[in-house]
Design a protein around this ligand. Structure first.
Ligand code: 13P
Length: 257
């Protein structure tokens, strides 16, 4: 039976790479993706390398999309250090992450700001990967589903049913990010089912069934296939392993099966 949704794999490079290594990584990923069908792929380089990485991806072929790690919600003005959706589009970006756990828990973004960014990005014509997920403390208190539901409802507040075609949700339990600890495929599947139920409650069954939900948190070539084999896990958002082209390509391949 074929999958109801095309899997999508993202590489979040976070604050890593430089001019030369970002170009080389983009080239290798783009070339590798030329022989992989049935999976959508995007990479999120740091802001300074977006344009160059976009050029390298285009030259390599392979159809890898260029994404940004963050966006500011105002169109222009006195916002020192920030980058608008129009600037991202101008650099060839087509997708952006909002609500990544490092923005929430290291930088201090709240649900209201993440919602503004999500709306601004969608209104500008970018696709959005809305990231949600619980901390270890919240998980131990049994709050996983409540936290996901709160972050999802707040993040999607004001997003229209039509715009949901341009939204991917990434479930990234904070305790699994960069720690080598991964949610079990059963736990991840369970969280994804509940997330899909919330989307169904907000937008109806058809949109819930069509929305891709990625898993993120210490996905590696060795655990990817098992995670992606679960019916509600539509690919992954990859941090550390996306910095090595061979590992990232192996993860992408395991989403085709
Ligand atoms: P790791 O794959 O390094 O755990 O990072 C996951 C992540 O935060 C992707 O956005």
């Amino acid at each position: 039976m074929s999958r109801p949704r095309t899997p999508v794999i993202g590489g979040n490079w976070k604050m890593n790479t430089n001019t030369e290594s970002s170009r080389a990584l983009a080239e290798a990923v783009g070339e590798g993706c030329r022989s992989i069908d049935g999976v959508e792929v995007f990479v999120c380089p740091p802001f300074p390398y977006l344009r160059r990485v976009g050029g390298a991806l285009k030259d390599a072929g392979g159809g890898v999309a260029l994404a940004a790690q963050d966006v500011w919600h105002e169109p222009d003005g006195a916002f020192t250090g920030e980058v608008s959706a129009a600037m991202l589009l101008d650099c060839g970006v087509s997708m952006v992450l909002t609500g990544h756990s490092e923005r929430r828990h290291v930088i201090g973004e709240d649900d209201g700001l993440i919602n503004k960014k999500t709306i601004a990005a969608l209104n500008a014509g970018l696709s959005v990967v809305l990231c949600i997920g619980e901390t270890l403390d919240q998980r131990e208190k049994g709050e996983t589903d409540a936290v996901n539901e709160r972050q999802l409802r707040a993040g999607l507040n004001g997003v229209t049913p039509e715009q949901m075609a341009s939204v991917i949700v990434a479930y990234e339990p904070v305790w699994a990010i960069g720690t080598g600890k991964t949610a079990t495929p059963e736990d991840a599947q369970d969280a994804h089912t509940k997330i899909r139920d919330v989307i169904g409650d907000l937008y109806g069954a058809d949109i819930a069934a069509a929305t891709r939900i990625q898993y993120g948190g210490s996905v590696k070539p060795g655990n990817a296939a098992e995670l992606f084999s679960r019916p509600d896990i539509d690919g992954g958002l990859i941090g550390g392993a996306s910095l090595k082209a061979d590992d990232f390509l192996a993860i992408i391949r395991s989403a085709t099966g």
